[in-house]
Design a protein. Sequence first.
Length: 255
Amino acid sequence: MYNDIVSKMLPVERPPLHNAVREIDEQLQAGIDVLNWKSHGIDVFLSDTMTKVKSASDVLQQLKKNVVKIRTDLASWASEPLFVRNSKPTAWEDLKADLNPRLIRRYGEIHKGGVRMHALMAESNKILRVSKGMPSWRAYVAFVNRIVSDGLRDVATTSLQYILGEIKAIKEGRKPPILEISLDLFGNTENGIMFVPDLAAKADGTGLRDIVNEWIDGFLHVATLFPRIDEPDISVIAASDILPEGCTVLGSSTT
């Protein structure tokens, strides 16, 4: 059990568990230096040592279980896109009416998961019995926060890749367009022709590029659904931190 503790601890787990492991080492060293199998009190020594080892092992296992639970939630959120198109071209308002309830449901799942993650971190801190201001704990929290940030990036990536895949299929003629775009021959333009929605961005936010940007904003909104793990009282994860390059790629695909 002791060997498992030493061999399975991650570098970031060692500092918070340092005192527990040090106590075990000191206990074992005392046994090596003083005791033999015929010494008085050997049973008490073995019992005390096993209690310390089991306690440290239980703490380490619980830390790892809590991180596994966090990773499991993140993987579940990233397993399917936030956006799913209709099988045929759909007017933006109709598509938005279908999309919004799905987004609200998924956002709710992610928010509740974020609350669970904060509760798991509070549990980890409690069983470690360390101050939240200690450098070792803050380093551990930063480690978990990076896991969460990467997981949220995967959630956004899944949706962006889905849209990119649909755009590619449309360009190759394997699927119909996502949006229904009509041609108005009596439009208020110089040549009397206009697309609805307009293919470019518009001041009122109704252009095709505005619609795509709204999709992107919706995907990146997952970063704002619960506070950061490392700074729960002051901020959320910046959307630009989870996938800035993906937005550029998707934006260029719509030009």
